[in-house]
Design a protein around this ligand. Structure first.
Ligand code: ADP
Ligand code: MG
Length: 355
């Protein structure tokens, strides 16, 4: 278990990390996700031991790492621009961390062979880095990080320099590798899809602060803040005034409209925001049963994306994006057409207004 405890890092007056706390389970795949400049690399460099935090602690199995130098932490590292040695062959690059640790020659041979197998580069052992593609070089870097059986593998945007198809292929490989070897992986990325696809848990950071730490489904379906709701996929937001009805029902008011909302557990009340995913909205056209919430509007834009259409509907509470399945029973309305947008009482998620 790795505990990040109230971690802050100041550069002069600017806060790269601001009181970040979360815990990473042994053997899990955890992703640190956030926009550029949000503090992701600072956090990973802190865990690696290359950046000293201003305050807070980092604990591995209960022991503080702050006084342990980077080379003694025994973490496998693939950083941006942490390049391969150009004058060493693939085999020698991968052997390097083992030589640093004074491993015996026979042991080095065996481990390098195994690591080459993990990243499927057995046939490339005698090549130099310049004789490899970008994706192959990244795989060598990964093999070099895994070869000494580190207790933790830290990866800072290892795929971001690669083109899309290669990135997706390597993503699958990373996932498979994690499943196979069962080490703890911590990945930094600004790519939402990468984070959702690979991770057991995702820590979303923005301006150095932890916005939410949860599994992908929770982040998507129950975002804790407007930032998270917008950063992961698309969301519609409606400012509402909420009053508690009976049991878990909330009555929401916005403009002259009244909506019903149900959410298990506690929901914020007062002035809040209702977040609605485009795919949780439907177009209501006379068919029964009608959803409990209905808001009329006019289609102002249409965009086709293969199996679905994104409709923008102008309502008196602002524009709403509705995602409609083109294989469904309903005809797609035209721009200028009046429509009614509907959603169920459990379709949305309430966010505190300030979030
Ligand atoms: P990310 O990896 O999410 O893009 P970083 O952790 O690299 O973000 O940076 C977070 C913030 O800290 C940025 O505003 C960046 O400019 C600042 N920062 C990072 N490293 C340093 C440094 N060595 N000196 C001063 N400011 C830094
Ligand atoms: Mg970075």
């Amino acid at each position: 278990m790795l505990d990040i405890v109230g971690l802050s890092k100041l550069y002069g007056a600017s806060r790269a990390l601001d009181d970040v706390s979360f815990s990473i389970e042994q053997g899990s795949f955890t992703t640190i996700l956030g926009p550029s400049g949000s503090g992701k690399s600072t956090l990973l460099l802190g865990i690696a031991g290359f950046v000293a935090p201003t305050s807070g602690d980092i604990r591995l199995n209960g022991q503080s790492l702050l006084r342990v130098p980077a080379e003694k932490r025994n973490f496998g590292i693939v950083f941006q621009g942490y390049a391969l040695f150009p004058h060493l062959r693939v085999r020698e690059n991968i052997a390097f961390p083992l030589r640093m640790r004074g491993a015996a020659a026979a042991d080095i041979d065996k481990r390098v062979k195994h690591a080459l197998g993990l990243v499927q580069l057995e046939a490339y052992a005698e090549r130099y880095p310049r004789e490899l593609s970008g994706g192959q070089q990244q795989r060598v870097a990964l093999a070099r990080a895994l070869v000494f059986d580190p207790s933790l593998v830290l990866l800072d945007e290892p795929l971001s320099a690669l083109d899309k198809s290669l990135r997706e292929a390597l993503r699958q490989e990373l996932r498979h590798l994690h499943k196979t070897i069962g080490m703890t992986f911590i990945l930094v990325t600004h790519d939402q899809d990468e984070a959702l696809e690979l991770s057991d848990r995702v820590a979303i950071i923005n301006h150095g602060r932890l916005e939410q730490f949860a599994d992908p489904a929770t982040l998507y379906n129950a975002p804790a803040s407007r930032f998270v709701a917008e950063f992961l996929g698309k969301s519609n937001f409606i400012a509402v005034q909420a009053a508690r009805g009976s049991r878990d029902v909330l009555h929401l008011q916005a403009g002259g409209h009244r909506f019903e909302h149900r959410q298990p557990g506690t929901a914020p009340d007062g002035r809040i925001t209702l977040a609605l995913r485009p795919e949780r909205l439907t177009l209501v056209n006379g068919a029964s049963p009608e959803p409990v919430n209905i808001l009329p509007g006019t289609v102002s834009d249409l965009s086709y994306r293969g199996a679905e259409v994104g409709l923008t509907v102008a309502t008196d509470l602002g524009a709403l994006i509705v995602r409609v399945d083109t294989s469904g029973a309903h005809a797609i309305p035209a721009v200028g057409e009046r429509v009614r947008v509907g959603w169920s009482a459990t379709a949305g998620c309430l966010l505190p207004e300030s979030a």
